[in-house]
Design a binder for this molecule. Structure first.
Ligand code: SAM
Length: 306
């Protein structure tokens, strides 16, 4: 996916995530944040792999955040550069104020809450290694399945203050389903091998992915003494209504299909002609508005015990 398509994908994903995020976990987060004493200092939030800022916007829309310092971090320079445009536009539509505050700093006022936003382009693990463990809340939405969980999680847990919260959402958990059925034996093999590529992916020679991140979070949290305050499923369910797909969700589906294409077209066990036919048919179904896609994911809210 090129950078423009990736930004388009993140924008289109917002409404899909809005429906998918587990409300029980969301409400527990809201309740837990309300209990933090903010008389001396505002809450400090770090969102890792935050993309263009859709989670921040969602939290403002739903009045979830109290006054806070919000650090939105992503390793991808283009998305961090685009984030102020996206946030300013969305803020205007919602009637919030969005003001520049020095380089890479912004102040958002929404529902009488003040958010001091800082945008950081960095690798999350370099960033955490070079900063104090000072965050009251760390957020990762649709990010953790890109990492080797056993190596990544201890470092994320160490980044929060004692009793700090970890809100980890849209964690892939092994199942991608397309309807109606199309060449089922090929599709089953394709999706099984696709999951396997996530498990075998290496970045700088190190494992960097887990197709069952959602379920593995339970044991990993336990190992690190993190109390699970709430957990639940957050499946993507994308389907056309009478007017077709909502918002930009047809683009979201095209990006998903393109990602599978990119990952699998050089796979030694995949027949290229069969793959091309599958891609073309699935894209035609999107065009005609009759593809349904379900992706199984889990949300967890944890509290660090250290
Ligand atoms: C699937 S996107 C999700 C973006 C955003 N959280 C959302 O839901 O719209 C994953 C993001 O993680 C970022 N990312 C991947 N590895 C990272 C790392 N080591 N440090 C910081 N960000 C990273 C990517 O650049 C990408 O923007």
């Amino acid at each position: 996916m090129n950078q423009d398509n990736f930004i388009c994908y993140l924008r289109a994903k917002k409404s899909v995530d809005d429906r998918a995020l587990n409300l029980r976990v969301w409400h527990q987060l809201k309740e837990s944040l309300a209990k933090i004493d903010t008389s001396d200092l505002p809450i400090r939030v770090l969102e890792i792999g935050g993309g263009i800022g859709t989670m921040l916007m969602r939290m403002l829309e739903d009045e979830l955040l109290p006054d806070c310092e919000y650090c939105l971090l992503d390793i991808n320079e283009q998305v961090i550069q685009y984030a102020p445009d996206y946030l300013a536009k969305q803020a205007k539509e919602e009637g919030f104020t969005f003001q520049e505050r020095g380089q890479k700093g912004f102040t958002i006022t929404a529902h009488e809450r003040k958010i001091d936003l800082e945008l950081v382009c960095a690798d999350v693990f370099d960033f955490i290694a070079n900063s104090e463990p000072r965050w009251d809340l760390v957020i990762a939405n649709a990010v953790l399945d890109l990492f080797d969980l056993a190596a990544a999680l201890p470092r994320l847990v160490e980044a929060v203050t004692p009793g700090g919260l970890l809100y980890f959402t849209i964690n892939y958990d092994g199942h991608t389903i397309f309807e109606p059925q199309l060449n089922p034996s090929f599709e089953e093999k394709l999706l099984q091998l696709y999951s396997q590529t996530m498990d075998e992916r290496l970045t700088n020679g190190k494992p960097s992915g887990d197709s069952r991140t959602g379920r593995h979070l339970f044991s990993q949290f336990k190992k690190l003494g993190v109390e699970i305050l709430a957990a639940g499923s957050s499946d993507w369910v994308v389907f056309p209504g009478s007017d077709g797909y909502p918002g930009e969700e047809a683009d979201f589906l095209r990006c998903l299909i393109d990602t599978i294409d990119q990952q699998m077209k050089n796979h030694p066990r995949i027949d290229l002609d069969e793959l091309e036919h599958w891609i073309e048919e699935r894209k035609n179904q999107i065009q005609r508005g009759n593809l349904v896609c379900i992706v199984h994911q889990l949300d967890l809210l944890g509290r660090a015990q250290h």
